[in-house]
Write a protein that binds this ligand. Structure first.
Ligand SMILES: C[S@@+](CC[C@H](N)C(=O)[O-])C[C@H]1O[C@@H](n2cnc3c(N)ncnc32)[C@H](O)[C@@H]1O
Length: 292
């Protein structure tokens, strides 16, 4: 048994074990885990060793490395190390710019095909996806169009919550749930208040689990007009960031738009996109003349 860690009985995470473990997690999940994360990993993953009856982090690293299909240990690691913070109308100016300035352009450009496809690539528990659905409905532009809004996340738990489409008060921090009627409705019953997304919005939204570091074939969702990947790249290392951006470029239709979070940019990541200045925001544009 290794020497005790932060808590009595928890094995100590040695620097060499930390290096191997953080490299493995970085390769599988994309998360940037620098040397300063040793105490954090020891504290957060320590209970998993106890749950599996393992006595050292070296054993835990081997367990993860050779985890068989069906072994849910990677799901535990994902839940323990990822941040799922999200809410309806997060970064509202950006979303309003999207609906006020870009929806009309897409409406005109795609008038012949009458198809709009949007992907929220790290949607957590789904609030961002439903917000997009509400904006599409509120715009009144895409009536009788084939509108598909895809939401994906690496977290199975988050995707299950997203599919339910039922949220508490805290999901409505920048807008009141009441102001989103009729797209969000209060569920009858005792406090605390809960709200469900209406079928007119839910019908546009489709969810699936997806790891952006290892996405598998994405051809079934076709080419996209808008991709949002907000508040994820800040947690990624450079390799995972590049890989995700390459995937987004490939999945966007020519002229398609990439929207990142306010703390994120393509600086030092990609020069393939053009910058598009909206009234209150910046987004990235796959050139209309792009051939791939
Ligand atoms: C902070 S949330 C962002 C939610 C939403 N986009 C927003 O801005 O409100 C980041 C999400 O990225 C997901 N995530 C982390 N690593 C991922 C990966 N490798 N592939 C896909 N999603 C990942 C997490 O599970 C988490 O739900």
């Amino acid at each position: 048994m290794s020497a005790g860690g932060l808590f009595k009985g928890t094995p100590h995470l040695r620097p060499d074990e930390h290096r191997l473990l953080s490299e493995l997690i970085r390769a599988r999940l994309g998360l940037d885990l620098g040397v300063e994360t040793r105490a954090l990993l020891e504290r957060r993953l320590g209970p998993r060793l106890a749950a599996l009856g393992l006595s050292s982090f070296a054993d835990y690293e081997m367990h993860l490395r050779f985890a068989q299909p069906g072994d849910d240990e990677w799901d535990h690691v994902t839940e323990i190390l990822t941040v799922h913070e999200t809410y309806f109308f997060r970064q509202p100016e950006q979303l309003r710019a999207l609906s006020d300035e870009l929806f009309p352009v897409l409406h005109e450009r795609k008038a012949n095909r009458r198809r709009l496809a949007i992907w929220s690539a790290a949607c957590a528990s789904g609030e961002e996806v439903y917000t997009l659905g509400i904006l599409v409905r509120q715009s009144g532009l895409f009536v009788d169009w084939d509108v598909r809004i895809y939401g994906s996340d690496i977290s199975k738990k988050c995707i299950a919550t997203a599919r339910r489409g039922v949220y508490g008060e805290s999901a409505f921090r920048t807008v009141s749930a009441e102001s989103l009627a009729p797209y969000v409705r209060r569920v009858e019953g005792k406090p605390p208040a809960t709200y469900e997304v209406s079928s007119s919005v839910r019908g546009l939204c489709h969810f699936g689990q997806l790891n952006l570091v290892d996405p598998g074939p994405l051809a079934p969702i076709g080419h996209l007009d808008i991709i949002l990947c907000r508040n994820l790249l800040i947690y990624f290392d450079e390799r995972a960031r590049r890989r995700a951006i390459e995937l987004f470029y490939e999945r966007l239709a020519p002229g398609g738009i990439l929207v990142l979070g306010h703390a994120e940019s393509l600086l030092h990541v990609s020069t393939d996109f053009e910058l598009l200045h909206l009234q209150n925001d910046l987004v990235y544009n796959k050139p209309l003349k792009a051939t791939t």
